[in-house]
Design a binder for this molecule. Sequence first.
Ligand SMILES: Cc1ncc(COP(=O)(O)O)c(C=O)c1O
Length: 426
Amino acid sequence: MSEKLAIYGGPKAKTTPNYPMYPGGLEIGEEEKKQVLEALDRKYLFRYYGPEKYPSKVRELEQKFAAKFGAKYALATSSCTGALLSALVACGVGPGDEVLVSGYTFFASCAVVVGAKAIPVICDADETLTVDPEDIERKINPCTKAMVIVHMRGVPCDMNKIMAIAKKHNIKVIEDCAQAIGGTYKGKYLGTFGDCGCFSFQYHKTITAGEGGMIVCNDERTYDRCMSYHDTAACWRPDRFAEQRYEGELFCGSNFRMSELTGAVMLAQFDRLDGLLERMRRNQKIIIDGIKDLKGITPRPRHDDEGDTGICVMFYLDSKDKVNPFVDALRAEGVGASSVYSAGIPDWHIYRHWKHVIEKKTPTSVNCPWDCPYHKGPEVEYSENMCPNMLEYLSRVVTLDVPPQMSVEDCEMIVKGIRKVAEVFA
Ligand SMILES: Cc1ncc(COP(=O)(O)O)c(C=O)c1O
């Protein structure tokens, strides 16, 4: 029997402070300052022009991004939400279409489907907490145009199966890599399997400028259309005022351009990516290796262990009733853990709380996209329990963030804490 649990008055297993999960944000330093000051000194804040001619930092970031990820094209945006919406439009999604979306993701991945005037169809998860390919296949019908799959909490989706299904049914694939930058599947970078890969540089993400996003793709037309939509759809073409070069080139869009200041911060952050991934993966491995033999604990399985970006450790207990006592005891030990799902506690990452979708709420009384004359399939219905496997998995899961700033000793104390608590509460 190990030491008395901290929750019963014993000594804490972890005596060092817990870092917040701002992996790149906490590393901001001289390199970011240098880049930003350079942009300010040049008074060059807009990617296309300034008082004098300078190379655009946003463009440089795009080039570095495309080269690293092995994509032909990269387009910087103001957010991942803007990237996803531009990608959907670029892939031809519009009124009458259905788009399959993972039900465990930040709500933005689903909201953009409605933004593109298409109908989201929410899909269940497998035990990796990424989308279940079998549920995808079950929900495909002639209205299905695309799917937004999400490499959730750093873990790659089942890409072999997903791409085979997409090919068989001729469906576009948009990869939401907001939480999985630098992740891989069988050695290939996430974001480069589908028609478009979308990334986020929001503050909570691995590398960050507070806000920002990126699209990668390999098809020139798709890139053109992303470029158009993200820039009011008429501004950036080789010749702005020329006739359209091909049918479908000209249409109205929005403004999701990235500013040069964001590009400046991101250039410095981009250079930190591999180092951050290495530290998070090291920390994650220490913790998983230290607990995987425990009875009653099952680490979240992954479709590719090496491809996980290492941002968190998630493990299952064998009953949902054990989760809260386990988490409370871990917190008392000084370990920053939490549960993921409780029906009564709203969380924008779980479809069950997406009231605006479940109740088909729209900003006007015209119920677009749900009442749509172009939609030829049966009415798409939602319910709180429509993805039962996901809810069951999420109800049994305990999660802890793995900040790169944690030391090996921090991780060993976490292992000690989990092992102590598991003896009593697993
Ligand atoms: C999975 C996922 N998709 C999309 C987004 C939206 O990203 P952004 O805030 O850059 O628009 C997020 C951000 O939290 C996310 O986690």
